[in-house]
Design a protein around this ligand. Sequence first.
Ligand SMILES: [Zn+2]
Length: 272
Amino acid sequence: MRWFLFLAALAAYAQGFHAEPEKIIQGEAIKVTASADIASARMHGETIPLFTQDSGERMGLMPVPVLTKPGEYNLEFLDATGDVAHKIPITVLDAHYHRDNISIAPAIAALQPSPGEQKTVGDFQKIDSETRYWTEPFHPPLPGCVTSPFGSARLHNGKLTGSFHAGLDQRGAAATPIHPITAGVVKLVEKYNLRGGTVAIDHGQGVESIYLHMSAFSAKEGQHVTPSDTIGYVGSTGRSTGPHVHWTLYVHGEAMNPAQWMSLKACTGPPH
Ligand SMILES: [Zn+2]
């Protein structure tokens, strides 16, 4: 029996079915790789395309959303006809995101989105372009420490809101340059009521990022950018109470914990 399992695992390995990691924390992404005949992968109702890489292998990123229940799941590898060619068991672990009580001044809380703001940003999150611009490692967009981490459950005046912090806040003096976390193509450069000065970037193959509250822009829509480029400057525009950048890394439209991709330092002592 053991031999059988060992040989089955070896055969799967030889066929090139990989999921990395197989034990994943809520809010992180699984790197799925397979041979050329595998078209997509599916887990917990989400199907993602696998894209052909320079190596000839196919690869895609399966997001595990923050609100996924911890437990056991199956990652399925699908061929071009949609048949399941292979399965890998995945364990989703509780990230233990902390609770963040925030008080918002009434004038700020009353801000409404600009006409089209929600739809335009929502459409941006659905982009799935074939070309891969991103390369690891990713880089923080500015050197400042993290004032509010990714994933914290949001409480308003002590009451749970059912939402979580879908991004993180990094401190930066007004006018500090902001850089993209990895290479990509600028898709949005807009001034919005809620998000303030906003730049959104497509990094290709389901990876995207967005940067908010900027005071000024230094990028144009359609521009190819790398982490050495400045895309804009720290401000406090939109729903913001002081200079900072709120930014989000998306994988197939799901807000992900950037800590999986880069090291970030918290501003204050107590651990989150
Ligand atoms: Zn924020």
